[in-house]
Write a protein that binds this ligand. Structure first.
Ligand code: IVH
Length: 697
């Protein structure tokens, strides 16, 4: 029915029409925003949304008194504050006990405690849990009265937090108004966070602002800090430019059942209701029966952690039955019915002790940050590559800096960012010098290349050392026990200058080295002796020809059968080999055109290094050409290397990690995260026997 007041304002009836239209627009815009932000399924083009939004804005400016706090236009705007008001939480925001143990026992400990406190014995059935990711953002309490968002507050000390309503309104995923029928008082708790892609975009924009000389701008260390900064931003116009997201995971105050509030039986039932009311709830939320399923959840989510669009630092387990939660109650300020089970931290702060320039086997110069040791991603890290001069400059890492180091999964550690505010005023900018730090030869950076290279070749002792280590490694001729310390000693003492020198070593020369016991010297000589009997692909790979990796070496050996044929092959003949393109072919020719390289080969042969030669291959059938395999676990009969060789000989590619492009995962005993990933992606998983069957043409 029309409101009588309205007619008092005007007799034309127009206001009533406007008011109804405003109401309709708000409804439509709410629906569209929910479809866009929460369901990720926009129903109308952006332009249509913008058009309706502007129409509403226009009407609101004509009737400022009719602007409601839940109007979509209220997401942006608002005046900058001097400070945030303090808010006392109606129900305290508890913290959660953390199981610091990152291995599966964390879940077992929790389940054991819960069962004990509930008085359950072994014959009782498993406790049912809700399991969810532990989002790495900041906790938020959203208060709705009669379905309208009236207040958003940070956790603060748990008793009272800060009123950040203006900023929270700017988050598209947070409903300003809820559907009919929600409890009159409803406090939803969850995590405000920033997606990784949004974080990258934001930091890129910040870098551009800094480059353009804008004052007071900075980049953010990680998504969590960026999110926290945005929430605590006093100017809501700035907060509105910071892309935030939200996941709901709990409740605060709610209209009690006696007064018509909802009666949920379980945690997951409650999350289901929150989802229906329009709140984002993570898809990864799951149910788990007893400890084994908690462990499985921890492993499963851990395996996908790096691929998630947002950061998590663990998982949270919650007793699913709300009646049992009530029975378990609290210790101090932590519930007995919930626990956070962490993953190893992937980022830590440390200081840069120095920046070294390392010389690679092919002369590539790589700046490496020497770090004060930190435990990150499950290992102690002391070095992080800065890749090349451009990268080092882009990140502007300087000696003495406090930096964030990240090590995610099996990825090599890297410096993510620098805490500029902690930098000493006199810290020098890093530059690569124009000469090799080891041999002093000129270092050049070719046009279009990112790397400087030492031009010293084998004159450079660093390149010599790397060449020797490469030759001696397990996948090449394998000289057991010849590691980098020993190679340093041998080269520095001038006893080994070339590869053949290795086979000319005698007991006397070795025993003369520092810290070299007779027994070790004897062992090394034996290992060298053993390495002489090798295979053509291993030998070829061991020579360290640029662009000739293991797979190429195998392809060349298979194609030509004999080393001399490879050494004398023309470019055209080389290009006939599957896997060999113009760059590899040219690199092979350049290598074997140099007399000193041919001499090295001759001398190695003269020292007794041998392998079986064969006839050039008539194209063997390739039943697995074009297929990609990933190996995981221990197989009943084959070693991993043997399986790899067999697959490659049949034309397959063997990759190190599972992706959508993987055709088969061969799983043995104790298969790890690769198996989990394969199951997640729906990649075919087979065992050794099935793999062997596939090898038959
Ligand atoms: S439940 C009584 N669930 O972890 C239990 N917390 O609580 C209250 N957090 O800063 C918290 N993801 O913001 C819960 N799925 C999740 C969570 C979660 C992240 C955060 C929360 C708080 C911290 C400890």
């Amino acid at each position: 029915m029309a409101n009588l007041d309205l007619f008092a304002e005007s007799s034309s009836g127009v206001p009533t029409a406007d008011r109804a239209r405003m109401q309709a627009l708000r409804e439509l815009l709410h629906t569209y925003a929910h479809q866009y932000y929460v369901l990720d399924a926009p129903a109308v083009p952006d332009a249509e949304y913008d058009r309706l939004f502007q129409e509403l804005q226009l009407l609101e400016s004509a009737h400022p008194d009719w602007v409601t706090p839940d109007s979509p236009t209220q997401r942006v705007g608002g005046k900058p504050l001097d400070q945030f008001a303090q808010v006392r939480h109606a129900v305290p925001m508890l913290s959660i006990r953390t199981e610091t143990d990152t291995d599966p026992s964390g879940a077992l400990n929790f389940d054991t405690r819960v069962r004990k406190e509930l008085g359950l014995t072994e014959s009782d059935s498993p406790v049912e849990y809700g399991a969810e990711p532990k989002f790495d953002g900041l906790a938020m309490n959203l208060r709705y009265e009669n379905g309208v968002l009236v207040q958003a507050a940070t956790r603060g000390d748990g008793e009272s937090g800060e009123d950040v309503t203006q900023n929270i309104r700017t988050i598209g995923q947070i409903p300003l108004r809820l559907p009919e029928g929600v409890p009159a008082v409803l406090e939803v708790r969850g995590e405000v966070y920033m997606r990784r892609d949004d974080f990258e975009t934001l930091n890129e924009r910040q870098r551009q602002r800094i480059a353009a000389g804008e004052k007071g701008e900075k980049t953010f260390v990680n998504p969590r800090n960026a999110a926290a900064g945005a929430v605590r931003q006093l100017d809501p116009a700035i907060a509105a430019q910071r892309p935030l997201s939200f996941f709901a995971y709990g409740l605060g105050e709610i209209t009690p059942v006696e007064q018509g509030g909802p009666a949920f039986g379980t945690h997951l039932g409650m999350l289901q209701a929150l989802k229906l009311w329009g709140f984002p709830v993570a898809d990864l939320v799951d149910i788990a029966q007893g400890a084994p399923e908690l462990v499985a959840y921890h492993v499963r989510i851990g395996a996908t952690r790096d691929q998630l669009p947002y950061d998590i630092d663990g998982v949270v387990y919650k007793v699913n039955s709300l009646a049992l939660q009530k029975r378990l109650g609290f210790v101090t300020r932590e519930p007995r019915w919930a626990v956070a089970h962490k993953y190893p931290a992937q980022e830590q702060l440390t200081t840069v002790l120095g920046i070294d320039v390392q010389v690679g086997r092919t002369g590539k110069l790589t700046p490496v940050a020497k770090l004060a040791p930190v435990f990150v991603g499950g290992v102690t890290v002391t070095n992080a590559t800065l890749h090349n001069e451009d990268e080092a400059r882009r990140k502007d890492v300087r000696v003495g800096d406090t930096v964030v180091v990240r090590r995610a999964g099996d990825v090599i550690p890297e410096v993510v960012s620098v805490l500029i505010e902690k930098r000493a005023p006199d810290a020098d900018i890093f530059t690569m010098s124009g000469s090799c730090p080891v041999c002093g030869s000129v270092a050049v950076r070719e046009e279009g290349e990112a790397d400087y290279r030492c031009t010293g070749g084998l004159f450079c002792s660093a390149q010599r050392k790397q060449a020797i280590l490469h030759f001696a490694q397990r996948r090449a001729v394998e000289v057991d026990g010849l590691g980098d310390k020993l190679v340093d000693q041998l080269v520095d003492a001038g006893v080994v200058n070339t590869l053949p020198d290795l086979y000319r070593l005698g007991l006397t020369a070795l025993a003369a080295l520092d810290r070299m016991a007779d027994k070790s010297a004897q062992n090394l000589l034996e290992a060298l002796q053993q390495s002489k009997q090798t295979t053509l692909p291993r030998f070829l790979f061991g020579l360290g020809i640029r662009h000739v990796g293991e797979a190429t070496a195998k392809a060349l050996a298979r194609h030509f059968g004999q080393l001399d044929r490879i050494m004398d092959a023309t470019l055209e003949q080389l290009l006939e080999v599957a896997d060999v393109g113009p760059i590899v072919a040219a690199s092979l020719r350049t290598f074997f055109d140099q007399t000193h390289n041919r001499e090295v080969v001759e001398q190695l042969r003269a020292c007794g290094v041998t392998w079986e030669e064969g006839e050039p291959a008539v194209q063997a059938p390739k039943p697995l050409a074009g297929k990609t395999f990933v190996l995981t676990g221990t197989f009943p009969t084959l070693s991993r290397d043997q399986a790899k060789d067999l697959l490659e000989a049949a034309g397959a590619k063997v990759a190190g990690s599972v992706s959508k492009k993987t055709d088969f995962v061969v799983a043995g005993n104790d298969a790890g995260s690769k198996l989990t990933k394969a199951l997640d992606l729906g990649v075919l998983v087979i065992d050794e026997a099935a793999m062997v069957a596939l090898l038959r043409p």
